[in-house]
Design a protein around this ligand. Structure first.
Ligand code: IVH
Length: 708
């Protein structure tokens, strides 16, 4: 939107007073446009008009050098600090790791890998072991050996651009050394802070009245997420390289070789990494590191094992967001003793009543803990936890602290068993006991039946709706949702998008209220506006359908591509029931099971949900899912079914391979099946395929087909 500039007197004709006034005006005006441009991505004037303002400012300063202001725009170079970080899309997703806690799980990991690869008993399988650094992961991109970009992990697909800050970390080279550096090398690893540096930083912070950090991890994260990179530069951050993203040429064909190449390029790598040949070797490493843990000088929370051969890693691939070829073996959680002061009941988004232990604050593993989860009523009864009890709490990594047991000998006289409420503490509706199928839930849950009338549920749904992996609206966090909900300003998702219009018509606009300010309100409205277009997977996740977490939402978005397709499939499944084709089609999607399909059916069968959704869709358009770099192979888009015993590769590997090539692997044969791959002793699926006239392939024919 170009704004007409008023005709201004030539600089040479200005008096000193006029010049001073002009400089003041120009400083304010240029600052205003800088903010719009850099921080809101919403400039009001054209670049040419902006340049004109700057030129006039410079010209006046040249004529009246004495008048140059301290806040003159001519002193500012480049972009001012942004109030948020720009987003970076990871070209190769940043994954997380599956966890093991017990020795048996480690042995099972090695055995699973062997099975998947169909290795024979005497085939060797080398696995690297290295400390799991407790910091934050980062991806650093080098082009032709030059550092060009650094991004945080974020949600794994999209992180924050922290290039300016990472550039200040001394251990991270600006140029990679050596001649054989690939033209594109994305190095991944952990940014952390050593114990000594952490202690020193906290001493300095408390002296200067600055923020004191709870542990080195928080200090590292807080130091990296600074909008002013001068602050990051003053913080002692360190780095270990242990993985990679995009890599134009591979310098090695093993995990160990890759890390050695990183070291040769001048990147810091952990010196403790070792190659193990057996589960016993892995466990020996784990014990050794456990013993040395306290003297390492930095925090680690376990050991990471990775299959050494990269061709094996490729074959193993991924399950949802973790590689099949790696696992984290975590150290046991740290524990402390404290007193349970009270038990509070929180009402979740789906109405679940979760008991939360209110504790006398205690330090566990370097963090002050005052709340712990009690899971559900059975857990309280099983552990016989009573208010006033002295309890053992434990905390492992980022997991919510838990109560392990009660020290019964310290129980105060007269402490009574806890009576779990049978009604919702917020809306008073009857609360029913149900089986809870979510992973790790431990069997039962008491659920408020208030549904849409329960304000606690509505509020939690809204918080979920705006959360980081959903709509992620800057400036509209949990606290604001609480406030706006209480005041009746936002009661359902669509209200968020009409907030600005209603605010303009309001007698008491937000900008005039305490704690808001014009700028922050403007920013909030712009952040809301920016979300009128949203990625389909985020949109589906935001709806808060039970069992539809971030990964499932992505699976659904990938499968249906558009919201309309997703919705009509779910509505058809709701209408036509469990035996319908629509129901089966959703159930057949990789990663989706009946629990999810039933939850979709429940969601779309509830008229209130549909009404709220339709309201929302008036303001928001979910954009079609962008498939990451479409694979194209002779079987892309084909539906295939494996049956019988395969000889060349294991069943899981064959399935994973087919999916990687863009095929849809189904468990049952129907008229929509393109190929049935029949191994030895194939049963009813083969007969079915013959009946339906589906193309049947031997394993060799299949392998020939996919080799193209
Ligand atoms: S490998 C695809 N190695 O642990 C696998 N991760 O729980 C990439 N981490 O997000 C990760 N030390 O931040 C790997 N030696 C190590 C690690 C490590 C710490 C962190 C990393 C990752 C998280 C997964």
């Amino acid at each position: 939107m170009a704004r007409k500039q008023a005709k201004l007197p030539p600089v040479s004709e200005l008096s000193e007073r006029e010049a001073a006034a002009e400089l003041e005006r120009l400083a304010a005006e240029i600052k205003h446009h800088d903010q719009l441009y850099y921080q809101s991505d919403a400039p009001e004037i054209s670049d040419a008009d902006y340049d004109e303002l700057r030129r006039r400012n410079d010209a006046i300063e040249a004529c009246f050098p004495k008048l140059a202001r301290a806040d003159s725009p001519s002193h500012r170079v480049g972009a001012p600090a942004a109030e948020t970080f720009a987003k970076v899309r990871h070209r190769v997703p940043m994954l997380s790791l599956g966890n093991a806690f017990e020795d048996e799980e480690v042995a099972e990991f090695a055995a699973r890998v062997r099975r998947f690869l169909s290795l024979k008993a005497d085939d060797s399988l080398a696995i690297t072991a290295e400390p799991k650094i407790d910091g934050l992961s980062i991806s650093i991109r080098y082009q032709d050996g030059h550092f060009v970009e650094a991004a945080t992990r974020g949600d794994g697909t999209e992180g924050e651009n922290v290039t300016a800050n990472v550039r200040t970390i001394l251990e991270i080279p600006a140029e990679l050394a050596g001649r054989k550096v690939p033209s594109v090398a994305e190095i991944r690893g952990e940014i952390y802070m050593s114990h000594a540096d952490f202690a020193q930083l906290n001493t300095a912070q408390s002296k200067s009245g600055g923020k004191v950090f709870a542990n080195p991890r928080n200090a590292a994260a807080g130091s990296l997420r600074q909008l002013d990179s001068a602050i990051t530069a003053s913080r002692p951050l360190r780095f270990f390289a242990y993985a990679w993203g995009e890599m134009s040429e591979m310098p090695a064909d093993t995990q160990k070789g890759m890390v050695e190449a990183f070291a040769n390029w001048g990147l810091p790598v952990n010196p403790l990494m070792r190659v193990c040949e057996s589960a016993d070797g892995m466990l020996a490493f784990y014990r050794e590191i456990g013993e040395r843990r306290a003297s390492l000088g930095y925090d680690i929370d376990g050991v990471v094992y990775k299959v050494n051969r990269l061709d094996y890693q490729d074959r193993l691939g991924f399950v949802s967001r973790s590689p099949r070829w790696a696992i984290a073996h975590k150290f046991p959680a740290e524990q402390a003793v404290t007193v349970l002061r009270d038990i509070e009941i929180q009402v979740g988004r789906t109405g679940s009543l979760t008991p939360v232990a209110k504790l006398e604050p205690v330090t566990v593993g370097g963090v002050v803990v005052s709340n712990a989860t009690l899971h559900n009523e059975d857990e309280i009864a099983r552990k016989d936890i009573r208010i006033g009890d002295t309890v053992v709490v434990q905390r492992a990594g980022d997991v919510i602290p838990q109560i392990v047991r009660v020290l019964v000998e310290k129980r105060p006289a007269g402490a009574k068993s806890f009576v779990f409420p049978k009604v919702c503490p917020v809306c008073g509706s009857h609360a029913v006991r149900e089986a809870d199928e979510s992973p790790g839930a431990g069997g039962v849950v008491r659920r408020c039946t208030g549904g849409l009338i329960c304000p606690a549920q509505a509020k939690e749904r809204l918080k979920h709706f705006v959360s980081r992996l959903a709509f992620d609206i800057e400036g509209l966090g949990e606290e604001k949702i609480e406030l706006f909900f209480e005041e009746g300003l936002i009661r359902q998702p669509a209200d968020i998008f009409t907030l600005e219009a209603r605010d303009q018509a309001s007698a008491a606009p937000l900008a005039e209220r305490k704690g808001f300010g014009k700028k922050s309100v403007e920013k909030l409205f712009r952040a809301i506006e920016a979300r009128r277009a949203i990625a389909l997977n985020r949109f589906i996740f935001a709806l808060g359908i039970r069992y539809v977490g971030e990964t499932t939402a992505k699976d659904l978005a990938r499968a249906f591509r558009t919201f309309e397709a997703f919705r009509s499939a779910a509505e058809a499944a709701a209408r036509d029931g469990k035996d319908s084709e629509a129901y089966r089609d959703i159930d057949d999607i990789e990663g989706i099971g009946e629990t999810v399909v039933d939850a979709l059916v429940d969601f779309f069968s509830e008229p209130h949900n549909v009404a709220a959704l339709d309201d929302l869709l008036q303001y928001v358009s979910p954009s079609p899912y962008e498939r990451p770099a479409a694979v194209s192979s002779p079987v892309t888009g084909k539906t295939v079914v494996f049956t019988g015993k395969l000889e060349r590769v294991g069943r899981s590997e064959a399935k994973a391979q087919a999916e990687r090539l863009g095929a849809k692997v189904s468990g049952s044969v129907s008229s929509k099946t393109d190929y049935v791959i029949a191994g030895a002793d194939a049963g009813s699926k083969l007969t079915n395929a013959q009946k339906l006239g589906v193309t049947i392939l031997t394993e060799d024919e299949w392998l020939a087909l996919i080799k193209g």
